[in-house]
Ligand binder design. Structure first.
Ligand code: NAP
Ligand code: MG
Length: 483
C-alpha cells in the first residue's frame, strides 16, 4: 500500500512483462550490433531498487571512429542521394513503430531512469513519437520552409543526450537531423542507454539504411571522443553547462556547427490576481514533475507579497498528498532520483540551504528503503544571492521568494547566469505580455508550465546555451544555406 498523510492507495503496478532487456548490449554501428573494440562494458541499474538491468558496451575512441566512418559512408553513398520524400517515409515508419511499441518504451524508460510510469507513458513517449511525425512531414518541404535559400544537409552529426528525458532528447536530435538529410552518431547518457538501444532495434525494423543512425554507448569519455572526432560537421549537445563549455572549447577552430542546450534555474512568477489553486498545481507540475530532473524546471518561485502566506499554505497542504515511491506504480507522482551521484548532489544542496539559513519544509511521507529517493522540499527565507537560488540543483527542491512590484520580480527573475524558461500566473493578458517581454528566457509559459509541442522551438539565453530545437527553427540547426 502507498500512503501519504492524505490517502492510502493500493498499488497499481505497470507490468514489465512486455519488456525484454538483453543481458548485454553491443554498439549499434553501420546497422549491426558490434562488440566494442574497447572490450569494456558497464552496468545499467534500476535506480528505483538498485537492481542490475544490463551490461552495456563502453565505446572508446576507435569505436567512435568506426561509427563516424559508417555515418560518413551512409551519408555519401545513400542518405544524401535520397529525395526528401523518401527520407520522410523512413521517418514516418520509425514514428509508427515507436507508437506501436509505446508501452514497452515507457516501461523501459521508467526502469532505467526512475521516472514515474505516468510521465514516461503520457509525456516522454508520445512527445518523442510526435517529434518523428512532425519532422517526417518537413523532410520533403525544406525548399518551401526556406524559400530562395537553397537549404542543404550538413553531413554527419555527433549528438550527445542527458538522462532526464532519454528517448525524447534522442527524438529532438535524430528526427530533425535525418529529415534534413544528415546521418548521425548519438551517445546517450550512461545511466539511461536502454531506450536509445531499443530505438536502434526500431531503426533496423524500419529498414533504415545501415549507418544512417549509429548509437555509441559509454561515459563522458565516449562523449568527449565523439566531440573531438575530426570528421563531423555538427555537434548537438544537451546536458550541463559545465560540460557544454568544455564542448564549446573543443569546437573552437573547427568547422563544426554547434548547438548547446544546457542548464537552467527558471523563475515561476505568481501575481496577486492569479487563479491561486491553478497556480499552486502549476508550481507542483513545474518542479516536482520528474523529480525536478527537468532542465526548464520552475525551480525558483516568486509570489507577490499579498498572497504569499496563502500560496505557501496551499503548497504545503498539496505536498502532503504527493506520492513518492515506486516509479512503476501509476499512483506515483515523484519517482526515483536518476542516480546515487545525483541524489548526493541534491542532498548536498539541501544541507547547503540549511547552512545558508533558509527555512525548510518537507512533507511527512515515507521513502522506500532501497533505491534513490528524495522528499519534495521547499525553502523559504532565501536570499537572492544564496547558492540554492543561483545554482541548478536538478532535484525536487523549490526556493520561494516574495516581491512587491513587477520591476522587482523581473530583476530578480533575470538575476541568475541562466535563461532557459519562465512561468507567469495572472488573470490579465496585458501583464502576461508585459512581463514575458522583459524576461530573459527562451520559453515563457503563461498560466501553465512544462507544455511542449514539436512545432514550437525550445532553447536558452545566457548560460542555458544557444540554438533552438523543435519547430521550423530546429531544422536550421541541421542545414547550411549556400545562398
Ligand atoms: P552532463 O553531465 O553534462 O551529461 C550530458 C551528456 O554528456 C551525457 O551523455 C554525458 O555522458 C556526456 N558527457 C559528459 N562529459 C562529457 C564530455 N567531457 N564531453 C562530451 N560529453 C560528455 O549532464 P547530465 O547530468 O547528464 O544532465 C543534466 C543536465 O542537462 C542539467 O544541467 C540539465 O539542465 C541539462 N539539460 C538541459 C536540457 C535543455 O534542453 N536545455 C535538457 C535536458 C537536460 P555520461 O552521462 O556518460 O556522463
Ligand atoms: Mg539506469
Amino acid at each position: 500500500m502507498m500512503s501519504n498523510t492524505t490517502w492510502n492507495l493500493d498499488p497499481s503496478l505497470e507490468s514489465t512483462a512486455l519488456v525484454q532487456i538483453k543481458p548485454q548490449y553491443e554498439l549499434f554501428i553501420d546497422g549491426k550490433w558490434q562488440a566494442p573494440l574497447s572490450k569494456t562494458y558497464f552496468d545499467s541499474i534500476n535506480p528505483a531498487d538498485e537492481t542490475h538491468l544490463a551490461k552495456i558496451a563502453w565505446a572508446n575512441q576507435a569505436d567512435v571512429d568506426l561509427a563516424v566512418r559508417a555515418a560518413r559512408t551512409a551519408y555519401t553513398n545513400v542518405w544524401s542521394q535520397l529525395s526528401g520524400a523518401e527520407r520522410g517515409k523512413y521517418l514516418f515508419r520509425i514514428a509508427r513503430l515507436m507508437q506501436e511499441k509505446a508501452r514497452e518504451l515507457a516501461v523501459l524508460e521508467t526502469l532505467d531512469g526512475g521516472k514515474p510510469i505516468r510521465e514516461a507513458r503520457d509525456v516522454d513517449v508520445p512527445l518523442a513519437c510526435n517529434h518523428f511525425f512532425y519532422y517526417a512531414g518537413w523532410a520533403d518541404k525544406l525548399l518551401e520552409a526556406f524559400p530562395g535559400q537553397n537549404p542543404a544537409a550538413l553531413g554527419v552529426a555527433g549528438q550527445i543526450t542527458p538522462w532526464n528525458f532519454p528517448l525524447l532528447m534522442l527524438a529532438w536530435k535524430i528526427a530533425p537531423a535525418l529529415a534534413c538529410g544528415n546521418t548521425v552518431v548519438l551517445k546517450p547518457a550512461e545511466t539511461t542507454s536502454l531506450t536509445a538501444l531499443k530505438f536502434a532495434e526500431i531503426c533496423q525494423e524500419a529498414g533504415l539504411p545501415p549507418g544512417v543512425v549509429n548509437i555509441v554507448t559509454g561515459y563522458g569519455d565516449t562523449g568527449a571522443a565523439l566531440v573531438a572526432h575530426p570528421d563531423l560537421d555538427k555537434i548537438a549537445f544537451t546536458g550541463s553547462t559545465a560540460v557544454g563549455k568544455q564542448i564549446q572549447k573543443a569546437c573552437i577552430g573547427t568547422t563544426k556547427k554547434l548547438t548547446l542546450e544546457l542548464g537552467g534555474k527558471s523563475a515561476n512568477i505568481i501575481l496577486e490576481d492569479a487563479p491561486i489553486d491553478q497556480a499552486v498545481e502549476g508550481v507542483i507540475n513545474a518542479i516536482f514533475f520528474n523529480q525536478g530532473h527537468v532542465c526548464c524546471a520552475g525551480s525558483r518561485l516568486f509570489v507577490q507579497e499579498s498572497i504569499a502566506t496563502q500560496v505557501l499554505d496551499k503548497l504545503k497542504f498539496r505536498l502532503q498528498s504527493i506520492y513518492v515511491g515506486n516509479p512503476l506504480d501509476k499512483n506515483t507522482d515523484i519517482g526515483a532520483i536518476n542516480s546515487k551521484k545525483q541524489l548526493e548532489t541534491i542532498e548536498r544542496y539541501i544541507q547547503l540551504g540549511l547552512e545558508e539559513g533558509a527555512e525548510i519544509y518537507q512533507p511527512t511521507c515515507e521513502l522506500p528503503s532501497a533505491g534513490y529517493y528524495c522528499k519534495p522540499t521547499l525553502f523559504t527565507d532565501v536570499a537572492q544571492s544564496a547558492r540554492i537560488v543561483q545554482e541548478e540543483i536538478f532535484g525536487p527542491v523549490l526556493t520561494i521568494q516574495t516581491f512587491r512590484t513587477i520591476e522587482e520580480v523581473v530583476q530578480k527573475a533575470n538575476n541568475t547566469p541562466y535563461g532557459l524558461a519562465a512561468g507567469i500566473w495572472t488573470d490579465k493578458g496585458a501583464r502576461i505580455f508585459g512581463v514575458s517581454q522583459q524576461l530573459q528566457a527562451g520559453v515563457v509559459w503563461a498560466n501553465t508550465y512544462n507544455k511542449f509541442d514539436p512545432a514550437s522551438p525550445f532553447g536558452g539565453y545566457k548560460e542555458s546555451g544557444f540554438g533552438r530545437e523543435g519547430g521550423l527553427h530546429g531544422l536550421r540547426a541541421y542545414l547550411k544555406f549556400p545562398n
